[in-house]
Design a protein around this ligand. Structure first.
Ligand SMILES: Nc1ncnc2c1ncn2[C@@H]1O[C@H](COP(=O)(O)OP(=O)(O)OP(=O)(O)O)[C@@H](O)[C@H]1O
Ligand SMILES: [Mg+2]
Length: 251
């Protein structure tokens, strides 16, 4: 689904990504961990087209995507969430969900005019999907509240819902459970796993906590100072000396 080859990203003299190669297979959940400042978000920013790379290649479904702008990459079915929420604050939770879907279809006013029955049908389907997702994310009670009034954790949940509304083939999640309470965190991870099973999507997830990610990931990559220092199953990673050292010295 996603192949990254020898990716490089520099900020001045800082090598934020240093010769990083990795793969996310179809239908899999892959984790990306590493200490603060190790380059995780930068990797997502380059893959999703928000930053230009300084070297290397990125392939999505066999097609080269590095150099494409973010909207083109999203249209190809590779979507992401942000570490800090970007939901419009003056819209309600439900409106936020529907807006996310609307960007997919009927965005062109011309096509909306000629495909009215189709658009209406899709709007009903979108509404159903939005309500179902809000339920799953335990945001139903808040659906008519402004997104700006949500707590930090609830904003995280909403951004997850918004990205699901895009029906992507692959989702990049940047710390989806940061600030979410531990009970809901487990549920959220379980929801991601269910979605992956039901809809056969691929997930690439940045997390701080090795514990959180171990339960659901098929494979984990570890970054430290922009370099890939380990890859393997969660069990292998938890026992990897270099990884433990990086975490202890970094934390
Ligand atoms: N736009 C930018 N300009 C300059 N330096 C940047 C920029 N974005 C990131 N960096 C630097 O690149 C390095 C990697 O940052 P990045 O945000 O990718 O880390 P991270 O692994 O996501 O960390 P965290 O776990 O704290 O979110 C850091 O040293 C950071 O200061
Ligand atoms: Mg980050």
């Amino acid at each position: 689904m996603l192949t990254i080859k020898n990716l490089e990203k520099r900020f001045g003299s800082l090598r934020a990504l240093d010769d990083v190669s990795l793969e996310v297979e179809d239908d899999s959940i892959v984790g990306l961990i590493g200490p603060n400042g190790s380059g995780k978000t930068t990797l997502f920013n380059v893959v999703s087209g928000f930053y230009e790379k300084d070297g290397g290649e990125v392939y999505f479904k066999g097609e080269r995507i590095d150099g494409l702008p973010p909207n083109k990459i999203a249209k190809k079915g590779l979507c992401r969430t942000f570490q800090v929420s970007k939901a419009p604050e003056k819209m309600t939770v439900l409106e936020n969900m529907l807006l996310a879907a609307k960007r997919q279809l009927g965005e062109n006013p011309f096509s909306a005019l000629f495909m009215r029955p189709r658009v209406q049908k899709s709007e009903k389907a979108n509404l159903d999907m939005a309500l179902e997702l809000l339920d799953m994310l335990q945001l139903s009670q808040l659906k008519n509240d402004y997104a700006g009034d949500l707590s930090g954790g609830q904003k995280k949940l909403l951004s997850l819902g918004r990205v699901f509304m895009l029906k992507p083939d692959m989702i990049l999640l940047d710390e989806p459970t940061a600030g979410v309470n531990p009970t809901l965190r487990v549920q959220l991870m379980e929801a991601i796993r269910q979605l992956q099973k039901m809809e056969r999507k691929a997930f690439f997830i940045i997390e701080h906590s090795m514990k959180v990610i171990s339960n659901i990931c098929d494979k984990v990559y570890v970054l430290n100072f922009g370099k890939k220092i380990a890859e393997g199953t969660p069990e292998e990673i938890q026992q990897n000396e270099q990884v433990l050292e990086a975490y202890l010295s970094g934390a």
